[in-house]
Design a protein around this ligand. Structure first.
Ligand code: B3K
Ligand code: ZN
Length: 885
């Protein structure tokens, strides 16, 4: 775009539309070099806009062919059309409008609107892609009944799908055919979908709790049909879970999923016709890892759950995105937790939030879960809106309990089914259903930044009281330098010297009142500073704080190394035992970074090695949790904790720490590895996933030891694995080791999986993440590999994204070569796919957090992008924010 043209959209400027659409009938005539779309809508003036007589329909990248108002063809002077709108004036209270235009899906590389992927047509309309298909009110508060007629060549596109139920189909002249789909539920345009192609499908059936039968179909090309079984099972589990946990039943007679290879994100919840990135559908033990299996189930669940939280009740405007996304992520997190291991799921979600969302909150892109302005809404499908949004929904669940939360959900649907609403409506339903004053929850919606809670403890031995003092604050973020206190439910326990939890009685409470609260309590922090005093505390305890990560905040407490070691062994809360292992590593790595900078020799004490070894050897602890405890904070997590981070120093120190642990724990690592390396049959259940996870964590540690025997051990696992999880874990260990086995394994993998694009994504990703020198050259070379595709988002994310986002040491090469490479890449990609380009540029906006020399090089790259002619709104917004302030 030309600079200065980007238009800022603001929440405070929201206005109800002038007209509403009662129905929309689409006629989409697909042809390889010109697709013609005719849409006929009945518009009626919005009751809140009684004087309106004008209508501006959204529309982009279309060749307008004709406009008919109540059957009369309009001449060019009777409407205006520009790059964004078709505008009409002097309109009556209600009228019928027929608009016809031509579009070119085969040339659409943005993967938004109607486009082709692998020879089939598909759509992506959220957030504002429908306007690339036809002229309409492309905004979520305009909900209507869609009827869609698709016409196409029958031999090339035998399957024609859209939302709702197929009500008619038949053959036409010239080898063409048609299908008509009718969706009986009103929906906004962003939930529209169309798919046409030569597809096969797997089918199943689900009987809902009220006894209705629903046909389930997953579509893909014939050769991928054998990989769809797990996705189908996942869908059935999701449908059942939503009935049991939330009383929510599916509403149409058919639910379809289509897998496509070229997709900008994970999946899309179009009504009755989900479109999925094929990586979140296809699975077999030989081609998918445990993480893939868990993700497939979670995303199938997520899109299914949107049918109520998103589709039946949708967003009034795009500022409300977290209303559907935060809530639906919370629902999918609970789905996974109920089906697998709850503590493991919680740990993984928190890890992800801290690594990515806390980093976003500390960057120039920091925004509240309900942003107040944007240039390009696609830029706000973020970890903040999604994952922090889910944490905020989880707060209601903690404050009101699971039953209270359910009452709130029931009221939300009772009030708002079929409506487009706001986060305030959600808050009101939660509070009204429970008679609770939740007004302070509002701060979570309109303030960005990660709140920080400083905790101190005063123990009074004479009076046997223990007081915890909390002081909350929140760093400045672009939207505000003056934050009001948040409502922070802070779950805690006190642990005595014997490692037991102490009964918690708050001063002033009777023993009876305290009884019900047992040894773990939630203190609702509402003020900037606040204290709570517990009585009858016989000895000075050690606090176990923010259990289960009860709020999305950071906290500080003056724990010593010994305290952490004690908590690693004695905290009865699975989550906080893991937390102690992470905080200990973090504290020691930060200390060593300081020591290194002062030229002091660094080292790790035997007590620390022993603490991790005890976790490793603890047979009473779930192997999955042992693996989590041994998976230490990553380099970018550490970088987020220091001012002016030096990526090279962080890489060295963290590696030193882990290598010291590996050498110190070697006997146990070997013993655990051997005990777990049984080549058991592959199954996807929490217990076997946990065993593989611990085994592969052991292998990852062992591979840090420079020993030819271990290279051979990795190669043996690589060659003998009966599943992708083990094979990839071995390959990943080798990819970071300079040894002949590395090349041997990479080559063998390439030969074996060359014809499987999803597996080749893993091969690209592993090489892009290698911390060995020369990785940038390798990434450049891989861009010419026959399996690489410069237009496929999965390939881009695997190769370029992984290099820029998960390879701190190589991306941040001191000469700036990583930055220059990414900059060139993004400028080029932006001409074809702005949405993905604007994701790829984000590592550079963290320039202020990096040491001075590199920081200047990063900033110069951002300036180069900023100056580039014709850069998209998407990239412009990120770069502009990245440079501002
Ligand atoms: N709602 C979609 C995301 C759409 C992204 C548009 N840029 C998938 C999901 O969250 O379920
Ligand atoms: Zn979603």
């Amino acid at each position: 775009m030309k600079q200065g043209q980007a238009q800022v959209i603001r929440l405070e400027e929201y206005q109800v539309p002038f007209y509403l659409a009662e129905s929309l009938s689409l006629n989409i005539d697909l042809a390889d070099d010109s697709t013609v779309v005719t849409s006929t809508a009945k518009y009626t003036r919005h009751p809140k806009q009684p004087t309106a007589t004008t209508l501006a329909l959204h529309g982009e990248l279309q060749e307008l062919l004709s406009v008919k108002l109540d059957g009369k063809l309009l001449s060019e002077g009777e409407y205006t059309v520009d790059d964004e709108f078709l505008s009409l004036s002097n309109l009556p209270e209600s009228f019928k409008l027929e608009v016809s235009s031509r579009i070119y899906p085969e040339k659409n590389t943005s993967l938004e609107g109607l486009y082709q992927s692998g020879g089939k047509y598909c759509t992506q309309c959220e957030a504002e892609g429908f306007r690339k298909i036809t002229y309409f009110l492309d905004r979520p508060d305009v909900m209507t009944i869609f009827t869609t007629r698709i016409t196409a060549d029958k031999a090339s596109y035998p399957v024609l799908l859209s939302n709702g139920n197929c009500v008619e189909k038949g053959d036409l002249e010239n080898g063409r055919h048609f299908a008509v789909w009718h969706d009986p539920f009103i929906k906004p345009a962003y939930l529209f979908a169309l798919v046409a192609g030569n597809l096969e499908h797997v089918s199943d059936e689900f009987t809902t709790m009220s006894g209705r039968k629903v046909a389930l179909e997953i579509y893909t090309e014939a050769h991928n049909i054998p990989f769809c079984g797990y996705a189908m099972e996942s869908l059935i589990r999701a449908m059942k879970w939503d009935e049991e946990r939330f009383g929510l039943e599916y509403d149409l007679d058919i639910y379809m999923i289509v897998a496509v290879d070229d997709f900008n994100m994970g999946a899309m919840e179009n009504k009755g016709l989900n479109v999925f990135n094929s990586k979140l559908v296809f699975a077999s033990p030989e081609t998918a890892t445990d993480i893939d299996y868990i993700n497939i189930e979670a995303v199938i669940g997520h899109e299914y759950f949107h049918n109520w939280t998103g589709n039946r009740v949708t967003c009034r405007d795009w500022f409300q995105l977290s209303l559907k996304e935060g809530l639906t992520v919370f629902r999918d997190q609970e789905f996974t937790a109920d089906l697998h291991s709850r503590p493991v799921k919680r740990i993984e979600d928190v890890r992800m939030l801290r690594t990515h969302q806390f980093a976003e909150d500390a960057s120039p892109m920091a925004h509240p879960i309900r942003p107040s302005s944007f240039i390009e809404i696609n830029n706000f499908y973020t970890v903040t809106v999604y994952e922090k949004g889910a944490e905020v929904v989880r707060l209601y669940n903690s404050l009101l309990g699971q039953d209270g939360f359910r009452k709130g959900m029931d009221l939300y649907f009772e009030r708002h089914d079929g409506q487009a609403v706001t986060t305030e409506d959600f808050l009101a339903a939660m509070s009204d259903a429970n008679g609770a004053d939740l007004s302070q929850m509002e701060m979570w919606y309109n303030q960005a930044g990660t709140p920080e809670v400083a905790v101190t403890m005063d123990y009074d031995a004479a009076n046997k009281t223990c007081t915890l003092n909390f002081a909350q604050s929140c760093p400045d973020t672009p939207e505000s330098n003056d934050k009001a206190p948040f409502l922070i439910p802070f779950k805690l326990a006190l642990i005595n010297l014997a490692g037991e939890e102490i009964a918690l009685q708050i001063e002033g409470e009777t023993a009876d009142q305290a009884d019900g609260h047992d040894t773990e309590r939630v203190i609702n922090i509402t003020d900037a500073t606040q204290s709570v005093t517990f009585v009858n505390v016989a000895e000075k305890p050690l606090p176990s704080l923010l259990r289960d990560f009860s709020a999305p905040v950071k906290y500080s407490y003056d724990y010593s190394t010994e305290d952490y070691i004690f908590l690693m062994q004695h905290d009865s809360d699975d989550f906080n035992r893991w937390e102690a292992s992470q905080r200990l590593a973090q504290q020691l790595i930060l200390q060593m970074l300081d020591e290194r900078e002062c030229g002091v020799a660094i080292g790790v004490s035997p007590e620390v090695v022993d603490a991790y070894q005890q976790v490793l050897d603890n047979a009473d602890l779930d192997p999955a949790l042992r693996a989590e405890a041994l998976s230490l904070p990553g380099e970018s997590d550490i970088a987020g904790l220091v001012a002016k981070a030096d990526p090279e120093a962080i890489h060295e120190v963290r590696k030193f720490f882990m290598t010291t642990l590996a050498n110190g724990m070697r006997l146990s690592l070997d013993a655990q590895y051997d005990a777990l390396n049984t080549n058991e049959d592959y199954t996807v259940d929490a217990a076997s996933i946990g065993r593989r996870s611990l085994k592969n964590t052991c292998l990852a540690y062992l591979s840090l030891i420079d020993d030819e025997m271990i290279h051979q051990q990795c190669l043996a696992q690589f060659e003998n694995a009966n599943n992708m999880t083990d094979r990839l874990a071995a390959l990943s260990a080798l990819a970071d080791t300079d040894c002949p086995e590395r090349e041997q394994a990479l080559k063998a993998f390439e030969v074996q999986f060359n014809d499987n694009p999803l597996v080749m994504d893993k091969w690209f990703a592993i090489q892009a993440a290698s911390t060995l020198p020369g990785t940038l050259e390798q990434v450049k070379a891989l861009q010419t590999h026959p399996a690489y595709d410069a237009n496929n988002p999965n390939k881009i994310r695997s190769l370029i994204g992984r290099f820029a986002m998960a390879n701190l040491v190589n991306f941040h090469a001191a000469d700036g070569s990583g930055y220059e490479f990414l900059t060139d890449f993004v400028i080029d990609l932006d001409t074809r796919n702005p949405q993905v380009a604007s994701r790829m540029i984000r590592p550079l906006i963290k320039w202020r957090q990096i040491e001075t020399q590199r920081s200047a090089l990063m900033k110069a790259c951002l300036e180069r992008v900023h100056k580039t002619d014709g850069i998209s709104n998407d990239v412009f917004e990120i770069v502009d924010k990245g440079l501002a302030g």
